[in-house]
Design a protein around this ligand. Sequence first.
Ligand SMILES: C[S@@+](CC[C@H](N)C(=O)[O-])C[C@H]1O[C@@H](n2cnc3c(N)ncnc32)[C@H](O)[C@@H]1O
Length: 303
Amino acid sequence: MVERGPRRSASATALELLADLIVRTTGVHYGETRREQLEERLEEATAARGLSLLDYYYLLRYDPDAGAAWNELMDRLAVPETYFWRQPDQFQALVEEVLPRWAAAHPNRPLRIWSAACCSGEEPLSIAMALAEGGWWDRLAIELVGSDASEALLDRARAGVYGERALRSLSPARRARWFRREPAGWRIDPALHARVRWARANLLDEAQAGPLASADVVFCRNVLIYFSDDAILRVARMLARHMPDAGWLFLGASESLMRLATDFTMEEVGPAFAYVRKPGAAPGGGPAPPPPSRPLTAQPEPR
Ligand SMILES: C[S@@+](CC[C@H](N)C(=O)[O-])C[C@H]1O[C@@H](n2cnc3c(N)ncnc32)[C@H](O)[C@@H]1O
């Protein structure tokens, strides 16, 4: 039954307020086509707390202890679609083009790689695999960090056990080399798993994401596709402010910065494309914006 009258309009207003607060805090944009999905997620969140939509908005917006509610909401909003060896041309570009150039230019400097919205870990673990198969862990000091805004997804990444779907793009040889069957699923090789440091970071919170963004290579794939243009610009500016001059940024296949005014330009890197900072743009992005009104709680990460 369609609700009419003041109650309906009050909850419609609260929904608008929440959609606006969510896009400003997390970047995730729920336009008309995704409103129903947002409503469902919010219904779950408000039912779990016995709150109306408007009370929930006030909690997220003003409560001094809103951090836990934000973290829980982030877990509900996350789209956990990922798998091993997704867009392998970029891993090939990393191993065959980026690393040899890097090693020649900086033989004694550690290389930092950041997988910026790593979901349950398949992306940074694929990078770790590609580096191992190319022999790079023995040749260079490499720091590899996987981060996400969802703590629940990071817990899955830390566990390192995956279902069949996550392995769907792996060759039998890679599956045999890097995984062991267990009752709960496929366990990734523990030594490979230990190569990745896991961290919690909201891309829109510069205090959390900025230090990670000073990496030399950033994979930020299949997350900006859910963001508003304004949020994409904020992330691009944050990256331009922190990435080194000769840094490489890899986005997902259906994502692009070219239609927006950013400090990045696209460059062919072997079989893939990467974004690099435009000459003369460093240090890019202009001054840092104020932090979001309600930062998701950052977590210090033990190694
Ligand atoms: C579709 S997955 C992409 C995973 C992986 N990068 C890939 O390409 O396979 C999107 C991820 O973005 C994360 N995410 C959404 N908003 C975020 C934000 N503001 N900061 C960091 N991560 C975010 C979600 O939690 C989710 O894990």
